[in-house]
Design a binder for this molecule. Structure first.
Ligand SMILES: Cc1ncc(COP(=O)(O)O)c(C=O)c1O
Length: 277
């Protein structure tokens, strides 16, 4: 893949966080006969997310030194993504998490510079915090993804005036298939939207959505005497989590001009559908 990308003017970059992983990567690069510095390697630093990543600067330096011993590999810098900070609800909490991450990265960059291995790039950030990373002078690349769609989970974050605001742009279209005295049922359950970050909200309607299983959603009026939708009515759900929702569909329907009066402009195939890693 690194070779194919290079032939098309691109570069493959991989993040590592262990000596064993790095050595296996170096071995694979040798077997693929990559040319010198053809594969970019980022060292992943845990900046508070608690997923992948080494804990300390000393470990980063050791790994960066190891990268420099393998000719096909190029030390590209630090992968420093703080995923959980994106979804902290208050602006103050997000800022505190971002500050702590920045302090840690600055320290690690100083250690790398002292070891004569300055980090060419620090990459990270997501849609909940990117203004801070962008203004920091530390991050050289932002990995924001959700901003292009937004989702019901991001809508639960308090607004940060320092950040641009993004509207919802991803909806699951659904139709009401059953109505009774106190509820309506729509034909979109969790086969059609990801629920790992919570259930969807109903766009532009005073309705709550409750789990109705794989193929159904249970809708109730938010107000005590509120109106339920009618049988056959079309509704638009804002998924709880946009990224894995996209992965559930083969095609997205690109509409320009809004949900009510817009026109379909393009069918967009989800090329990476089912690509699980
Ligand atoms: C490593 C990494 N970077 C960036 C992102 C994008 O973050 P967001 O979708 O919150 O903008 C993700 C999201 O899953 C991620 O896992």
């Amino acid at each position: 893949l690194a070779g194919t990308l290079a032939a098309r003017g691109g570069r493959l970059a991989i993040a590592v966080d262990s000596l064993l992983g790095l050595q296996r990567l170096a071995q694979a690069a040798d077997e693929a006969a990559l040319s010198a510095q053809q594969l970019d390697v980022f060292i992943e630093l845990d900046v508070g997310h608690g997923r992948c990543g080494v804990a300390s600067g000393d470990q980063v330096v050791l790994l960066a030194q190891e990268v420099s011993r393998h000719s096909p590999l190029r030390f590209a810098g630090l992968q420093a993504y703080h995923g959980s900070a994106q979804h902290l609800r208050s602006v103050a909490e997000r800022h505190r998490a971002g500050e702590a991450a920045l302090d840690k990265i600055r320290g690690v960059c100083a250690l790398l510079a002292a070891a004569n291995l300055p980090a060419p790039l620090v990459t990270g950030a997501g849609s909940g915090s990117f203004a801070k990373e962008a203004a920091s002078g530390v991050y050289g690349e932002l990995q924001t993804g959700s901003f292009m769609f937004m989702d019901a989970d991001y809508a639960r974050n308090a607004l940060d005036v320092a950040q641009p605001m993004f509207e919802h742009a991803l909806f699951v279209k659904t139709q009401v298939m059953s109505v009774s005295a106190e509820r309506a049922v729509c034909d979109a359950g969790h086969k059609s939207h990801a629920i790992d970050s919570g259930l969807p909200s109903v766009h532009g309607a005073a309705l709550s959505y409750a789990n109705g299983g794989d193929e159904h959603g249970i809708l109730r009026a938010l107000a005590p005497q509120g109106k339920l939708p009618e049988l056959g009515e079309v509704l638009w759900l804002i998924p709880g989590h946009c990224d894995p929702t996209v992965n559930l569909h083969d095609v997205m329907v690109g509409v320009r001009g809004g949900l009510q009066h817009g026109i379909v402009e393009q069918l967009i195939a989800v090329d990476a559908r089912g690509a699980l890693t």
